[in-house]
Design a binder for this molecule. Sequence first.
Ligand code: SF4
Length: 362
Amino acid sequence: MRTNDGKRALEKGAGGERLNAEEAHALVQVLSPDHLHALGAAAFKNRCNRYGLKATYIFNQHINPSNVCSLACAFCNYGAASDAPHAYSLDEAEILESVATLEPSEVHIVGGINDIWTFERSLQLIQSLRERFPDLFIKAFTAVEVAAFARSSRQSIADVLAALTAAGMNAMPGGGAEIFAARLRAKYWRNKISAHEWLEIHQQAHAMGITTNATMLFGIGDRWDERVAHMLTLRECQARSGGFECFIPLPFQPGGGNISTAGPSVAEILAVLALARLILDNIPHLKAYWPMAGLETAAAGLSWGADDMDGTIKEEKVAHMAGARTPIGLARRKMEETISLGGFEAVERDGWFKRQQQANGR
Ligand code: SF4
């Protein structure tokens, strides 16, 4: 593959044309410092054709019911053995109280794999949230958790998803995909569901009308061709089932778990966003996830293809226990100032990615 192939792919991607697999892989040829600006410019042009200079965020809250986890992924500092000093478990009453206090428009619920928050208890949490907060958008449980619920309750994936939806769940987050490269799974998260199972669960959800997100962990010893392959796999899956709303690249947090790598550089984080914007033409939104990228880098990512900054988040634990040094939450004003600094128009959205009416009390 020559640099000229990469340049041609950039031109196609900038104009919003579908890149075939060979062209997507050719983009790796324009990742050198000599071409980095052209890559960013192509992604920016593509993004502006879709969304102009609007950049969305949501007033949301993360709920992490317990960090007790039996899977022991090597990169994770969040999951804990049940007797570890930093193990914790919230109860339903305190979760409901915190939602009542913060009044978010969306909650994002993920936690460890354990027998404390059983399927029945988790289902009850969704039901209680729905009853008490009828308008709340509830995004809950990764494919890894859904698979564990199915196993422990001896139900099918479809039955688990149907029960969660009936209780009031609106959508599923995209965590647990990590990176699909089998060699890294075997090394760092062999106890977790396989890439195939992750994709199957998301396709099942899409078939039932449940929208989901998709993630990619990177900066953990993965190669550029593996990142491109991950994105192409998601694109194929989306072509079949159509329910991915947003793609979220997650930079590995240096110092997380038992892995000694510096994590991705800022240029690498921006380049991954740009590649995603150019390759994933059938997934509507691309998120610059500030708790893991850093607030400034995520904001810069809006000029590298991203159109969403996630949210104010409030009580996030997963990235922060993994070593993220970003703030635990942001005020609306700080989020809007950060977005505006790059010349973008900050737009608050709801869980369906629809623009919100001006929120109360701002
Ligand atoms: S990444 Fe998730 S599944 Fe793996 S150990 Fe951490 S909490 Fe558990």
